[in-house]
Design a protein around this ligand. Sequence first.
Ligand code: ADP
Length: 645
Amino acid sequence: MSKTTKQFQTEVQQLLDLVIHSLYSNRDIFLRELISNASDAIDKARFEAHSNESLLEGNSDWKIKLIPNKEAGTLTISDNGIGMSQAEVEENIGTIARSGTKAFMQALKDKASTDNPELIGQFGVGFYASFMVADRVTLETRTGGSGENGSRWESTGDGTYTIEECSRDQRGTVITLHLKEEFKSYLDEWKVRSIVKKYSDYIQYPVVMDITRTETPKGVDGKEIEGAGTIETTEEQTLNSMKAIWTRPKSDVTDEEYAEFYKHVSHDYDAPFRTIHFSAEGTSEFKALLYLPAKKPFDMFMSDRKKGLQLYVKRVFITDKCEELIPDYLRFVKGVVDSSDLPLNVSREILQEDVQIKRIQKGLVSKVLSTLAEVKEKTFDEYVGFWKEFGQVIKEGIHFDYANKEKLQDLVLFESTATEAGSFVSLKDYVARMPDGQKEIYYITGTSRETLEQSPHLEAFRAKGFEVLFLTDPVDEWVVQALTEYDEKHLKAVDRGDISLDSEDEKKEKDKKREEAQKEFSDLISFISDRLKDKVKEVRFSNRLTDSACCLVAEEYGMNANMERIMKALNQSVPESKRVLELNPDHAILKAMDGIHKTDAASPALGDYADLLYDQALLTEGTPIKDPLRFTRLVSELMVKAAGK
Ligand code: ADP
């Protein structure tokens, strides 16, 4: 095949420009990225060789070789890993942007600044980092065992690349960076050595380099022999210690090493929020090194994001995203698990069914949850910061992980009528500060704290001094379906069913008042019920209102306004559900309407007022009204009337 020139996909080129221009603060990492890719490629070759030994071609002396060439001004990184076919080269490097690229670019734009190394890191632009230091990059690669020729890819990072067939005797990938003049220092032995030590020490394959030393020969007395000239010796040295960090005792690993390894597994530039390193013994033997990130990734709620932990079996790499190891609601956890029980030739299908994997998952979840409980207990402020990033995801667990419900319900935090915006209360603290006479835990669901704070449903609770939790995440509607009780107290929505906040005596008195009101306004109530019969299920007097005239409430198990909104947003069909219109018998509107009704039951104003009441109830809970034009016309007419014109 002859050499062809192709265009980078637009998004790839944009990404490349971003990387070149925004990661300048730490150029050294290009080498870490390339070594990391080489190490992954060897992992894959080792794993594939279990089922297809021919790909090895007798070459399993795993290593990553760095070759600085001062004359040519090039730095070469070579591995004997899995290699790539030509189609793979084109797919992985240059043409086809990975799913999520668009979203990623958008996330960058939303942040307004292009200097977002943490975002770029999350996306894993690995290979492209080479263009930070090189003005031309050549990649030669060949897969093993297929008898196919190799491929040669080259680009100057300016929008196009060339690709052609080439012959290669070795399986694997060789990347040659033609360094820009100002970055020739990357050819310096000590510089390369120190970067490898700093960023890639834990890589479990030798990262080697030929080291040449010039010496003057020494005599038997150990002294240099005069006039003997010099001799050059070259030996291949291993630059990294290769110790899999998770297999080392905790006391041996420094914070910097943990942080570096985190960057390797997570592609995150920030330090982790917490590091969890432990081994399990007994029914299931494994070592785990887990990290809780500090910031949520931009794609946490995207369905196609990479999930899972790295899985090793007795230090042999199996897969870099084993989804079965960690439940979805902890999908932000990063890290490595190394099992001693699983067979080496474990397949995808086995992973899904395997009891060992399930046991490991149980152990990991338990450890993550207990770590979070400890953080919450000891450093609540830090926990709040973490909760703001990941709380929404953790809450999914209450719905899906019944076995850990008890632990999870102690981890959730909510804002409430008693907290400032941005501050939180736990259920435990909520219960501890419940005033005498309060028997249930109250909450209200909706889109934002600001709207909820205005809700008429809260009036009676405010009057009583009862705290009401604000549940403003869409997932909260599912949370409360699963979390119906805490510390033997029911969780009760303030906009559902009957509410009774009063003591026996107060209740008696109110019931009496209600009965009287019912009698007094019975004709008016039947008129309103009839007028609104297509819109509401029932019209009744309320226990929740002190100031507002009316509100809408769902039945105990019916669908409330928030749930209806969420279902519609998810494009789900929403069953027709009518709610109850509750009226405040003490409100002046009722008396005024009753007055009209008694003098002229046929007055057209009555129907208009009933409609206005209903629309008011919708507006105060944040639901759009059906006919805003008519609403404004009626209100305008009333204003004119009130002004006496
Ligand atoms: P990432 O490593 O985050 O996936 P890269 O741009 O660094 O992103 O690499 C893209 C893909 O190219 C990798 O996922 C891998 O499939 C392939 N690749 C990169 N380097 C190598 C290599 N040395 N050997 C084999 N495949 C590689």
